[in-house]
Design a protein around this ligand. Structure first.
Ligand code: SF4
Length: 275
């Protein structure tokens, strides 16, 4: 069966940087990590083995201990709570997420209201919204445009870093019909998301199925699955080859990619399984 290894795939710079910081922190124990350092089950299990304590609240880390903020970033309130508790912060927020935080702060300082495109319950979105909750209207789809207050004509538009580029362009085009829109000079959807999506868009029409190695809570991996499906391929998002359907070998051709937080060895295992 022809198998296409789709490139680029897997780890992005932000994920590598976050994991390097955590590795360095783990040279001494204990280390607390707020939420999942990156959204990948295999990675989380591996770091639990190495001694990392994953917690969901600042209050779960003992006063004076070290706490790592995940690649997705945190709201400023969380940072304040950590400082008040005397925690030593190790900040693994991706610089490209920090860029969106900085834009939210700057537009708010200039009294420009913000429309933020993102998925409501994602940690990155909670972090950015926390910078200026009174100034940000969060929307997830074209239908949500009706939720935007009509009192103002001009809005800045920011986005989550891992959105589907084509869907985002459609929403921004729809927004431009109703509002005067200011966009950041450099787009918020990151280079890694853009390149991985483009590669899947090109390959999916040439294969019967696309396998995306990644976790079910990984936003960028979910987008890759949607893009493969939209291109007409059957698509599967799986943590490893063990989670694939039993009849996966029935396809005549398969493309394999991986989300930005999925390690390459899982792709190679999948390749060996299908060969
Ligand atoms: S996917 Fe993009 S924004 Fe997210 S960690 Fe990677 S480089 Fe940073």
């Amino acid at each position: 069966m022809p198998i296409v290894l789709i490139e680029p795939r897997g780890f992005c710079r932000g994920v590598r940087q976050a994991l390097e910081l955590l590795d360095r922190a783990l040279q001494e124990n204990p280390v607390y990590v707020l939420n999942e350092i990156v959204h990948n089950k295999t990675i989380i299990a591996a770091y639990q083995q190495k001694g990392a304590c994953f917690v969901q609240n600042i209050q779960d880390a003992p006063p004076g201990s070290r706490i790592v903020f995940s690649a997705h970033g945190v709201p400023p309130e969380t940072r304040r709570e950590a400082i008040q508790r005397g925690l030593k912060i190790i900040d693994a927020t991706c610089p490209l997420v920090q860029k969106v935080h900085a834009e939210a702060i700057e537009f708010t300082r200039r009294h420009i209201p913000i429309i933020y495109l993102g998925h409501k319950n994602h940690e990155e979105v909670r972090g950015v919204c926390g910078e200026a909750p009174q100034n940000i209207t969060l929307i997830e789809s074209i239908d949500d445009i009706q939720l935007i207050p009509r009192g103002r004509r001009q809005y800045a538009v920011l986005t989550q870093t891992t959105l589907n580029i084509e869907d985002t362009q459609k929403i921004i085009a729809a927004l431009k019909k109703d509002f005067q829109i200011i966009e950041p000079k450099q787009k918020d959807i990151c280079y890694a998301t853009a390149a991985r999506q483009e590669a899947v868009r090109k390959t999916a029409p040439q294969v019967e199925a696309v396998l995306i190695i990644g976790s079910q809570n990984s936003s960028n991996s979910i987008r890759l699955k949607e893009i493969a499906e939209a291109a007409g391929a059957k698509a599967y998002l799986a943590d490893s080859y063990r989670d694939l359907p039993a009849d996966i070998k029935k396809y005549k051709s398969i493309g394999i990619t991986a989300g930005a937080s999925a390690p390459e060895y899982l792709v190679q295992e999948c390749l060996a399984y299908l060969a």
